[in-house]
Ligand binder design. Sequence first.
Ligand code: ATP
Length: 265
Amino acid sequence: IKMNGMLEYYHPNESLSNIGGLDNLKDWIEERGNAYSQEAREYGLNLPKGVLLLGVPGCGKSLTAKAISRSWNFPLLRFDLGKVFGGLVGESERNIREALDVAKAISPCILWIDEIEKGLSGVQSSGSSDGGTTSRVFGTFLTWMQEKKEPVFVIATANNIGLMPPELLRKGRFDEIFFVDLPTVEERMNIYEIHINNKGRNPREFDLEQIATKSFGFSGAEIEEVLNESLFRAFNQGRDVTTEDILYSIGQICPLSKTMSETIT
Ligand code: ATP
């Protein structure tokens, strides 16, 4: 499906075991996934509505969306809210309604709204700027969230909490809101382990504790970058990658969190 690029169909390969750290989130996903069985219906469990993931870039929000889809075996629809808005009168409202109808039609599915705050950032100010279109689109979405009876699980992600309409954060909209922060040292060890494994190497041959400690302030995406850079270096020197290569790359890469804190101070 490609409705003007609004909805895109994904076939992710990533599973929950590809996510390093974020144990509470992973446990929560596994638990909620059980709510779709016949047994759960008879028991009286409600269908899960969705989850909101807030937090810094590169720490696994998109990865989580993909892993939920794989783990529950539900197709993943990525919804680009920015593409909903059109110039004609009523076009945006019609677009969002159509997109949400498609999600219902193919349910059970996961509806992934990446950077939801960007699509909705005009909500507070929209009264004057766009004749209230953003507000109406947002209202359509909220009502749909509240009323949907079909198994469409919404996973929304946002980097900039400041731009989030407060209505979205209010209780009852999503089942849960998780803050996805920079990984702790244990989580960094876990992330190195996963990515070293993905590259067909044995994590036990590396000093995970040392490289994780030295990667203070690195996101999951930056850890992946460290490893990729280390592989390039070792390959060009005609040997296999070692802890030393990783330590070297850590020294070469400046994590975004550090750049940001230096800009502020
Ligand atoms: P953005 O807001 O920039 O989209 P994000 O939080 O959605 O960031 P991802 O796209 O999930 O981040 O992360 C980018 C890549 O970094 C992932 O595909 C994965 O390879 C790696 N990565 C990030 N976080 C983790 C993690 N917790 N465990 C393992 N890998 C991770």
